[in-house]
Write a protein that binds this ligand. Structure first.
Ligand SMILES: [Zn+2]
Ligand SMILES: [Zn+2]
Length: 373
């Protein structure tokens, strides 16, 4: 059995998305559910994949979308984790059986490339989507730029019944990454200082998690309006590093923190932020390197950046979705994770505009909705 639905198809790199209303989606099999999608967040990934920025390669045609949330409308045979009507946030896939998954490190799943970007599903087949009898490949095993997703239960986390699905999409990606980096890697203690470079969704997720753990946070960016928002939404200090050298950044951060920070989350991918922050990280401190560092070279590993300091490179926050998504949802309810303040809504068919606004920084977190009312 299958049904037809609307979905945004990408036929190749450097092409435009086109919406079609005759994409077939199969019913869920064992360990799968079908979700009626309410919202889908966008980060830089969709644009990066559209222009092949990371050179990862994709099968085509494909339906992107990896920050979906919605309601369960069907469950496959034997599924007990979810029931029809449950609200779920969709996140990254993990096979559940490889060495990494078996040791509790789902974020390091050995099969993640197949499941995320090769369009292969958990059964080793092309997945639930097709059009005119030919496969349409999935992204993150999720493909949330559509009306429905037939998805493995590993990708999904149940949300509280009263949680607003319109804002829930982005919990599975950027916010999760920032939150997990702090919760599972930086692990600040009460009153520790944490340096967070970058004020996108990842940086804000890190900010609110560090604050919830009792730390003090200095946010670093070159965009003053973003730093103003960070100060309004919980940061203890902000540093506008525009025009600064790494040495100047390090000095300024040492001043702000009264002699250095115990933790750091590098969320920009800029080498200068990495080096500047590391200069203000105390010996024994922990840095979560969250973003791809485009220009990493040994110039950054000066003695003062190495001295008894721990750097961990991060994937999806080095955390399980089922651990961190409920924590973020609960902190949101308590007013301690106000991520809705960063969201701007667009209709799904305004996909290109939403991606453009994310790219130019007009919108921190675009979220697509089917129902704008
Ligand atoms: Zn994302
Ligand atoms: Zn695995």
């Amino acid at each position: 059995m299958s049904k037809k639905m609307k979905a945004a198809i990408l036929d190749g790199f450097h092409q435009d998305f086109h919406w079609e209303d005759d994409v077939e989606i199969a019913d869920p099999r064992a360990n799968e559910i079908q979700v009626k999608i309410v919202s889908c967040g966008l980060c830089h990934t969709e644009r990066a994949e559209q222009v092949n920025l990371w050179g990862l390669g994709l099968p085509f045609p494909i339906v992107l979308g990896h920050e979906g949330a919605g309601k369960v409308v069907q469950v496959g045979p034997g599924v007990t984790k979810f029931k029809v009507g449950d609200k779920v946030a969709m996140s990254t896939p993990w096979c559940g059986t490889c060495a990494a998954c078996s040791s509790g490190q789902q974020w390091a799943c050995e099969h993640v490339d197949d499941l995320e970007i090769r369009g292969v599903d958990y059964y080793g087949t092309p997945g639930p989507l097709s059009r005119n009898g030919k496969p349409v490949y999935t992204f993150f095993n999720q493909s949330a730029l559509a009306e429905y997703s037939t998805i493995h239960i590993n990708n999904c986390t149940k949300l509280p019944d009263d949680f607003d699905l319109r804002i829930a999409g982005p919990l599975g990606c950027g916010f999760r990454t920032g939150a997990g980096s702090i919760y599972n890697v930086v692990k600040p203690k009460l009153n520790d200082w944490v340096i967070i470079t970058g004020t996108g969704a990842v940086g804000f997720g890190a900010l609110w998690t560090a604050k919830a753990m009792g730390a003090k946070v200095v946010m670093v960016d070159i965009l003053q309006n973003r730093l103003d928002i960070a100060m309004e939404l919980g940061a203890d200090a902000a540093l506008n590093s525009k025009g600064m050298t790494a040495d100047e950044m390090g000095e300024a951060l040492n001043d702000i923190t009264g002699g250095g920070a115990q933790g750091m989350a590098e969320c920009t991918g800029q080498g200068i932020c990495y080096k500047g922050g590391m200069k203000a990280l105390k010996m024994g401190g922990r840095c979560a390197s969250v973003a791809f560092i485009n220009e990493l070279n040994f110039e950054y590993f000066t003695t003062e950046c190495q001295d008894c300091k721990n750097v961990q490179f991060i994937r999806m926050g080095n955390v399980e979705g089922d651990t961190i998504i409920p924590i973020m949802a609960e902190l949101y309810k308590r007013g301690m994770f106000p991520f809705d303040k960063l969201i701007k809504f667009y209709h799904f068919t305004e996909l290109e505009q939403a991606m453009e606004d994310a790219h130019t920084g007009v919108t921190i977190k675009p979220v697509l909705l089917w129902d704008m009312d």
